[in-house]
Structure formats: C-alpha cells, structure tokens
Design a protein around this ligand. Structure first.
Ligand SMILES: Nc1ncnc2c1ncn2[C@@H]1O[C@H](COP(=O)(O)OP(=O)(O)O)[C@@H](O)[C@H]1O
Ligand SMILES: [Mg+2]
Length: 229
C-alpha cells in the first residue's frame, strides 16, 4: 500500500484544565488513503472535533505522530504548519463560517489570497468553483441572502478553490434541513467520485452512511476493527 495521505500513529491529546486532565484522544491509529471518502462517527464528546483539529493541523498531538501527505507535522514550526494547512486542506464547518458582509465570490476567493494568487486569477477560480456547485447566479449574494444549503455550498466551493489534497468536514449537515443536508451529502459523493479525498465527521449514522468507510470513535478511542494500517 502507498503511504497514507492521513496517518496518525499512537496519537493522544490531553487538555490541561488547571489540575485536571481531560484525555480527549487516547492512542489513536488512523490511516486514510488518497481518494477515500471516510466518515468519523461518534457520539457527542467522543473526541471528533479534537481529531479534526489535529488532522486539519489546527492543533498538535500531545503524544504520538501525525504525518500528512508524507510530512511529519511535529517537525514543522507554526508558520510551516499553517502553510501546509492552507495548501493541503479545505475545511467545511457546521456553521459555514462565511464572512458575513462579503459576497459569495469574495468568500470563495479568500483562501487564494494567502497563497499569493493574483486578483484576476482568484476571481476566475472562485467563479469557476461556484459555477461547479450550481451557484453561478449567486456570486454577488451575501450569506444572509442565501439559504443554509446555499451557504454550505459556498463554503464547499471555498474549500475546493485551492484544490486541496483533503476536504475535512465537521458536521457539515448539522444546521441544515434534511433535504438540504441530503444535497450536501450527494455533493460530497460526487466530489469523491471525481477523485477527492473526504473526511466527514458526524454523530449521525445516516450521514456517515454516505461515506465509503466508517471509523467509529468513542471516549477518545477508535473502536477495534476500524484501524486501517
Ligand atoms: N479546549 C478544551 N479544553 C478542555 N477539554 C476539552 C477541550 N475541547 C474538548 N474538550 C473535551 O474533550 C472531549 C472531546 O471533545 P470533542 O473533541 O469536542 O468531542 P466531539 O467533537 O466528539 O463532541 C470532551 O470531553 C470535551 O469536553
Ligand atoms: Mg464536535
């Protein structure tokens, strides 16, 4: 097998709260190959967001090793880690996290700013991403002028615009009505068919069923039998 795109080995994450320690992840092993569509499924408080933050290079393990696209993240200082994150990962959040006073086109173009892409090229790529997601006629709309499902599609366009190795989505349908949630999931399936690697984090079994493989997490541990090495 080739080197996994996402590879966690014996990863733990302990939060220090004064004298109290919360073990949010405990000796976690996860391997995700390029091109996979994986759901991380677990109840509230099981460690899903902590895992997402580590996989997304927003946080680092307390112990253990995380390797993203062949790069051990422990070897990177914060600036290099941020650079790897912006190059390799597209994030989709439950609450969309769009800039409120900014139209769809500017929202989608924003990640390219940090990569030094020219203004003209930023808008060209942002427009193309919005058109791919069926929002070509909404480029001038602000988030408040869009439905929840449309806002999430803008967020997905923003995640795709940098052509990242990995799309990382934390409860992306959590705020959506069921028909709009189903639309977002079928969009992820389409992106997966087109070769995208997707990690979808959810507490909802029905949502997780959209993925090709499920990783079950409980009390900070991956359930036995779900470890793909
Ligand atoms: N910043 C933090 N400080 C202290 N404890 C935290 C912090 N973030 C999460 N936790 C704790 O870690 C555990 C896992 O949380 P989290 O990863 O948010 O789970 P999930 O996303 O599955 O709901 C929970 O017990 C939570 O209370
Ligand atoms: Mg969470």
């Amino acid at each position: 097998m080739t080197e996994p795109l996402v590879h966690l080995q014996h990863v733990s994450r302990v939060y220090e709260m004064g004298r109290l320690q919360v073990v949010a992840l405990r000796d976690v092993d996860v391997a995700i190959q390029s091109g996979e569509f994986v759901a991380v499924l677990g109840p509230s408080g099981s460690g899903k967001s902590t895992l997402m933050h580590i996989v997304g290079c927003l946080d680092r393990p307390t112990s253990g090793q995380y390797t993203l696209a062949g790069t051990p993240v422990a070897a990177l200082d914060d600036d290099r880690l941020a650079a790897l994150r912006s190059r390799a990962i597209g994030f989709v959040f439950q609450s969309y996290n769009l800039l409120a006073r900014t139209n769809a086109l500017e929202n989608v173009a924003a990640p390219l700013l940090y990569q030094g892409v020219s203004r003209r090229e930023r808008y060209r790529r942002a427009r193309a991403a919005l058109e791919r997601l069926g929002l070509g006629d909404r480029v001038d709309h602000s988030p408040a002028e869009l439905s929840g499902g449309q806002q999430q599609r803008v967020a997905i366009a923003r995640a795709l615009v940098t052509d990242p190795a990995l799309i990382l989505a934390d409860e992306p349908t959590g705020n959506l009505a069921s028909d709009q949630g189903a639309e977002v999931l079928s969009l992820f399936r389409e992106l997966h068919s087109a070769g995208r690697t997707i990690v979808l984090i959810t507490h909802d079994q029905e949502v997780a069923a959209a993925a090709g493989r499920q990783i079950h997490i409980r009390d900070g541990s991956i359930a036995a039998g779900e470890i793909a090495a």
